[in-house]
Design a binder for this molecule. Structure first.
Ligand code: ACO
Length: 362
């Protein structure tokens, strides 16, 4: 048995490839650096879903339909009662997604692409006592998310930064949440069920729940000169350093650099405080040095969550909402994998080795 299914091949996919030794991510034949340079969120969504739905479409058509789908899902926000709003944002968002009908068709997929982008900003506003803002069908997804969050049109740099984030995290091989999505899809339960399972897997701190704790760590460290001591003490307590390490990457996660690059225009145009970025770079360097010294046999480098934390903070998302923003971007990957799995048609049902007592002994 392989603990954690490490190195076990559980699917063939045309969607993405994570090269852990080379530090490279390929999405449908395009490497991440090209996608980030050339492609919008709607472009990568069209690329991922191409050929997997009953309708074909291009980036421009998807942008238009997705904007209408955002408008069409907004009324579900009315269901966010006190019990839903008492939940952490990602759980409140998940509760609202659970209201969407299940299905395998393109309209269901569109609603699921739109829903988290509408529900998360609405939940955040309601939780701070503000009215939710309805979608604007003239805007692309990234700009509209920021507008629905703040009530103001975002700057060009802010829109570009969130768009890059959504592209960067759109798909990533058979990670835990994507595997969950495929398992559900293999039972033919429907795309809504797949996305709900995936969100549930994503929220754990070993997967998509790490970026909030990255900021907690930066706050606690406070200044660059404290980094080495603070990190050493955390490792002495047996803690893991959030934003470092990865099951597949043995080198730097390429998504970290894509996100660091997306932050630069915000810093250059003084839309965010550059001291945060300087502290993060110092902590990153100290963490890499101490991990190398303490875990010489396990190459541990920075992962996507470290610069996710800085980027989403710079865009004004509260840290308890970061996992929800991750879900907004990753939903397209979950949907594409769910469709790919459903088209394969084979139920996923692995075996297990029984190590309990035998009847006589029991
Ligand atoms: N800090 C300190 N030590 C670490 C870290 C870390 N961030 N990551 C791994 N290690 C250590 C483990 O303690 C273990 O040491 P040991 O052999 O002495 O017990 C060794 O490295 C190997 O660790 P594994 O558990 O085999 O690594 P695995 O592949 O299961 O874990 C994971 C990957 C969960 C991401 C891990 O690196 C981790 O917990 N990181 C911190 C949380 C984090 O950043 N999560 C976001 C991941 S990115 C994403 O999912 C979107």
């Amino acid at each position: 048995m392989k603990n954690g299914l490490e190195d076990v091949i559980a699917a063939e996919t045309q969607l993405s490839d994570v090269d852990g030794e080379g530090g490279r991510l390929i999405i449908r034949g395009v490497s991440l650096d090209h996608l980030v340079a050339d492609c919008s969120y709607e472009g990568v969504a069209a690329l991922l879903l191409d050929g997997l739905m009953e309708r074909s479409f291009d980036e421009a058509q998807l942008r238009e339909w997705l904007a209408k789908a955002r408008a069409g899902t907004f009324h579900h926000v009315e269901a966010a009662d006190a019990s839903i709003l008492a939940l952490p944002p990602v759980d409140a968002m998940r509760a609202l997604i659970a209201r969407l009908p299940d299905g395998e068709d393109f309209d269901t997929a569109l609603s699921l692409l739109a829903a988290p982008a509408v529900f998360l900003p609405a939940v955040l506003r309601l939780q701070r006592g503000e009215k939710p803002i309805a979608p604007d069908v003239s805007l692309p997804q990234a700009a509209d998310i920021l507008r629905m969050l703040t009530g103001q049109l975002p700057t060009r740099e802010q829109t570009a930064a969130l768009d890059t984030y959504l592209v960067t995290i759109s798909d990533h091989g058979l990670n835990a949440s994507t595997f969950a999505s495929r398992v559900i899809a293999s039972t033919q339960a429907g795309l809504t069920s797949s996305v709900l399972a995936a969100v549930s897997a994503l929220k754990g701190p070993l997967h998509g729940g790490a970026p909030g704790p990255v900021l907690d760590m930066l706050d606690s460290i406070g200044a660059a000169e404290n980094a080495g001591r603070w990190l050493g003490e955390a490792l002495d307590r047996g803690e893991r350093l959030m934003g470092f390490g990865h099951r597949i990457y043995r080198v730097r996660d390429p998504r970290a650099d894509a996100l660091k690059g997306a932050l630069r225009p915000l810093i250059a145009s003084e839309q965010v405080d550059s001291t945060r970025g300087a502290l993060a770079e110092a902590v990153e360097a100290a963490a890499l040095a101490i991990l190398k010294a303490r875990k010489p046999d396990r190459p541990l480098d920075v992962n996507v969550e470290f610069y996710t934390a800085l980027l989403l903070e710079a865009l004004g998302f509260p840290r308890d909402a970061f996992t929800g923003v991750f879900a907004i971007g990753r939903t397209v990957g979950w949907l594409a994998h769910a469709r790919e799995q459903a088209l394969d048609g084979r139920l996923i049902r692995p075996g297990s080795v029984y190590i309990g007592p035998l009847p006589a002994a029991a």
